[in-house]
Design a binder for this molecule. Structure first.
Ligand SMILES: [Zn+2]
Length: 950
């Protein structure tokens, strides 16, 4: 029910790490202020309104009422780190930060509070992102009233041209930007940079990661930042997107009112991301980091193919993607064997902006097994290009595409604001014409018969670059025997080995369609108010239903089975550990991989996760596939396959986890915190790696088999359903099983979960960068039994976040994303924690601790102001008001409607209770729970760094 209203993140990792990602394609070569549909035969969806002001600024507006009464505003600035000179590195991102630090109409420090008072929650850096080629500003409006829209447009205009960028504000914000740089300096980012520099040496893009350099950020001043801002923030670089429950004409009038007087200015074309040389080949490199799992990337670069969106290009793209998908399907099948040659592998081609295209084969292997993996994947690549594809493989992909397009067309009328906003941004960023899902499906059906194995192979070959004498990069923990030369030698071997044609067995039929005589309904009622239908079958299975019209053609299903982490004991703490890998073992009659072929084109989910006291499945399907979905979940419970390949997957993951969890402060804390807080109670502590390696399906079966066979079951179904048909489908599947326990167990025999009485400060170590420290203070609180106190603690959490952001981030400039959290256990009597986290520089630990203590002390000493309370409260209130405008919100009440009816009552009373909370109530929570000597401090420091005094 917590609404995260503004979306996130600065794009730092470049696309080349994924096999098929297409980095966004700026239109430097073309006229980038033209709309792609103006020169395309793809028919644009007429429900979008497109416009261009006289000054050159463009906009996209669309009325949409899912969720009702809300809206989304985005400002896309076609300027990013590629636009920076050598001296300006990091300026695009720095300017993005300055958007929140003062403008003509909004003084420094006022924008975030202003938005919070309107109900827009603000985390650290959460409403803008900066990438290589663009900067995006984001406001998600909890209400679509004209006044709030006007405020949003006003703020966007301030950002577009009216930022103050004062020297004093820059000096204050610099610490935050440097803190962000320090926080983001991880093994993953360093590897991403090294990867880019190896594959694209000398390219501008490889030298322009958006975060910039310490030197350039320290040198930034009002004059130089302003120069970047004034040069790049010009009307022709800017597109505004507004989607929501608005009157389109009124939105257009508002855009004209706010942006019409922005003076036109010349717009520099974005510099090329290259140069990238097509002839660059036959190089190999080894990159080592103890945190890195072993991976080999085989790549060739080639000329950029300029392919504007058109109907013919879409057909070509469809053929290509089917080709890559078949290769990837073959690689996936290999990775799922009982003795797989690699953990995973992928093949694809992507654009590097407009500078080049790259074809790559990526192979993830178990440490030390790179040779077998590279050889096997190389052979698969050659097999595909030599012999092409089988009709059955193409058919499997065509079925998938058809299902996706059919589902898309069926639900087109209830697409969310977020989905439609993404379509608008794809038009702007990638020059993809937004067409209606219905027209896309019709075009596909008209063309489907021409999708033959030969056509697919030919199209793939027109794009994919031959991987002969390629660039090969190894990354991992230990150097490959024989070094770079051995990599090239192994690849050469794979390219000359004898290969055979692919043979693919026809997919079997799904075997689990009959579970015996359907169960009978023994009780069928409806809750007052929210009208959730509650059904109980004779075998004890509980079913909760809610039909909504919020998402046409979509059905959400949850399944809860008694068990979960409560099965873990001090003697056997890992009883449920392998449950998330249950599905990897397939079913008794179908392997996990066979299921992918059998279920091709069906919209179903598969698998269980571990909850505190239940095993859970949360899946999305359609009315057409609801029956199959229920059969599949029933089969997973009654006939899990426990095949050895699933154990292999689990062990690979565990080994990798243990090899890297010390590598960042965050993952080191996560690993150790459970043990520290519980006084090393094995049920809540990380165990020795051997204990995990020794886990098997045989043990899992012994530990959870009884729960799967007898444990209580509660099913939730929400969405576009026929209630009676749904009841009949559940009756024929879960309802047909032998009798179950009638209630979820209380697990009263489990020893209680205790918070350690040892409150001495602890220091743990990470192996990451020498300047990164993480300070965490945890206080014990209580369980969630008291609804009013639970809300009061949630308010304390939100007030704390506002205060920490104001103090640590804005006033001291020390931390990039200080956080606060309150978590109250539903299952463990008396147990709950409140915590504060701050990532800081090692040299600032003492000052940060003092600042946190001061914030906590003030919250205990006196009530906060009404304004602080409102800033913390309004996003929570708006979240409650909007909670039942999507099926996810409904499901939060439906999934446990019969076993936790109090959750529904709590929801119904929540708004009233939140509004009744006073600053004194929040202070009372701080006084009760956040006493200085009650908190337990854990400090995460780099290896070898002395513990700071104080
Ligand atoms: Zn940032």
């Amino acid at each position: 029910m917590r609404a995260s209203l503004i979306a996130i993140l600065i794009v730092l990792a470049p696309a080349p790490l994924a096999a098929k990602d297409k980095p966004p394609r700026p239109a430097a070569a073309r006229d980038h202020t033209a709309w792609a549909f103006e020169h395309s035969d793809v028919p644009v969806d007429p429900d979008f309104r497109f416009g261009r002001l006289a000054n050159g600024m463009r906009y996209v507006v669309r009325h949409n009422s899912t969720p009702a009464g809300t809206g989304i505003v985005r400002m896309d600035v076609n300027a990013g780190s590629l636009d920076e000179s050598q001296q300006e590195q990091g300026f695009a991102h720095f300017v993005e930060h300055m958007a929140f630090n003062g403008s003509t109409r909004v003084p420094e420090g006022q924008m975030i509070p202003l938005l919070e008072r309107e109900g827009l929650a603000f985390g650290a850096d959460t409403n803008a992102s900066t990438g290589f080629d663009r900067t995006l500003y984001k406001l998600d409006l909890p209400r679509s009233d004209p006044a709030l829209l006007d405020t949003a447009l006003m703020l966007m205009r301030e950002t577009a041209s009216n930022l103050t960028i004062s020297q004093a504000a820059i000096s204050r914000e610099r610490g935050v930007v440097l803190a962000e740089m320090r926080d983001r300096n991880s093994w993953a980012l360093r590897n991403a940079i090294a990867t880019t520099q190896f594959f694209y040496p000398g390219a501008r893009y490889a030298e322009r990661f958006p975060i910039g350099t310490t030197e350039t950020l320290n040198a930034a001043n009002a004059e130089t930042l302003r120069a970047f801002y004034e040069r790049e923030y010009v009307p022709a670089h800017v597109t505004l997107v507004v989607v929501g429950d608005f009157d389109v004409a009124a939105v257009e009038a508002g855009i004209v009112r706010h942006f019409g007087d922005w003076a036109a200015k010349p717009a520099d074309p974005q510099p090329d991301a290259g140069p990238i040389k097509p002839k660059d080949r036959d190089r190999a490199a080894v990159y080592l980091d103890p945190a890195l799992a072993e991976r080999i990337t085989v790549q060739r670069n080639g000329k950029y193919q300029d392919e504007p969106d058109s109907l013919a290009q879409r057909r070509e793209g469809l053929l290509r993607s089917i080709g890559y998908d078949i290769v990837n399907r073959r690689l996936q099948r290999l990775s799922r064997g009982a003795e797989p040659p690699f953990r995973g592998a992928g093949f694809g081609t992507g654009d590097v902006f407009e500078a080049a295209r790259s074809t790559r084969l990526i192979i993830d292997t178990v440490d030390g097994k790179w040779r077998a993996g590279l050889d096997a994947a190389g052979r698969e690549y050659r097999r595909a290009l030599t012999y092409g594809f089988e009709p059955g493989e193409v058919a499997e992909q065509v079925i998938q595409v058809r299902a996706a397009l059919t589902n898309g067309a069926a639900s087109a009328g209830t697409r969310s604001n977020a989905v439609l906003t993404q379509l608008a941004l794809k038009l702007i960023d990638d020059e993809l014409v937004p067409a209606t899902p219905k027209s896309g499906l019709a075009r596909f059906e008209a063309y489907a018969a021409q999708i033959t194995p030969d056509a697919v192979l030919a199209a793939m070959k027109r794009e994919a670059l031959a991987l002969d004498k390629p660039l090969i990069r190894f990354q991992g923990r230990q150097a490959p025997e024989g070094g770079a030369a051995a990599l090239r030698e192994t690849w050469r071997g794979a390219m000359h080995a004898k290969i055979a044609r692919e043979t693919k067995a026809a997919a079997a039929q799904f075997a689990y369609t009959d579970f015996g005589a359907p169960g009978t309904v023994v009780s069928d009622t409806r809750t007052p108010g929210l009208a959730i239908r509650e059904v109980r079958f004779a075998n004890g299975v509980m079913l909760n239903l809610k039909k909504t019209d919020l998402e046409t053609d979509r059905v959400r299903v949850t399944l809860g089975i008694d068990g979960g982490d409560m099965l873990g004991t001090r003697a056997n703490p890992l009883a449920s550990e392998m449950v998330p890998y249950l599905d990897e073992g397939g079913l008794a009659l179908h392997s996990r991989d066979d299921l992918d072929s059998i279920l091709a084109g069906r919209t179903v989910g598969f698998g269980l996760s571990r909850g505190e006291a239940s095993f859970d499945s949360r899946v999305a399907t359609t009315p057409r596939d609801l029956e199959l979905q229920l059969q599949l979940l029933t089969a997973l419970m009654t006939a899990p396959g426990y095949r050895p390949e699933g154990e292999v997957q689990y062990r690979q993951q565990i080994n990798n986890y243990f090899a890297q969890f010390r590598a960042t402060p965050g993952s080191a804390l996560q690993a150790d915190l459970g043990g520290i807080l519980s006084n090393n109670d094995p049920r809540f502590s990380l165990q020795k790696v051997e204990d995990y390696r020794q886990l098997t399906y045989a043990r899992l079966q012994k530990d959870i088999g009884d729960r799967l066979a007898h444990g209580a079951i509660e099913v939730g179904v929400v969405g576009d359903i026929d209630e009676d048909r749904t009841i009949a489908l559940v009756a024929a599947t879960l309802g047909a099983l032998p009798a179950r326990e009638s209630a979820f167990r209380a697990y009263g025999d489990q020893p209680p979960r205790l918070f350690t009485s040892d409150r001495s400060a602890r220091v743990i170590r990470h192996t990451g960068p020498a300047d990164q420290a993480l300070l965490r203070i945890t206080w014990p609180t209580r369980d969630d039994a008291d609804p009013v106190e639970a809300l009061a603690l949630e308010m304390l959490e939100r007030v704390m976040r506002v205060e920490l952001t104001d103090q640590l981030r804005e006033a001291l400039g020390k931390a990039y994303s200080p956080s606060a959290s309150s978590s109250l256990s539903h299952e463990w009597k008396g147990y709950g924690v409140f915590a504060v986290n701050a990532s800081v520089d090692v040299s600032e630990v003492t000052a940060t601790r003092a600042a946190i203590r001061q914030v906590v002390g003030e919250l205990r000493a006196a009530p906060v102001s009404e304004d602080i309370l409102r800033r913390a409260r309004q996003p929570l209130v708006e979240g409650l008001l909007n909670a039942l405008k999507n099926n996810g919100g409904w499901m939060a009440l439906v999934d446990h409607a019969q076993t936790q009816p109090d959750q529904i009552v709590r929801f119904e009373k929540a708004k009233e209770r939140v509004l009744a909370l006073t600053p004194e109530d929040v202070q009372a929570m701080a006084k009760r729970y956040l006493a200085p000597d009650a908190g337990l401090e854990v400090l995460v420091l780099p290896e070898g760094v002395p513990v700071p005094k104080g």
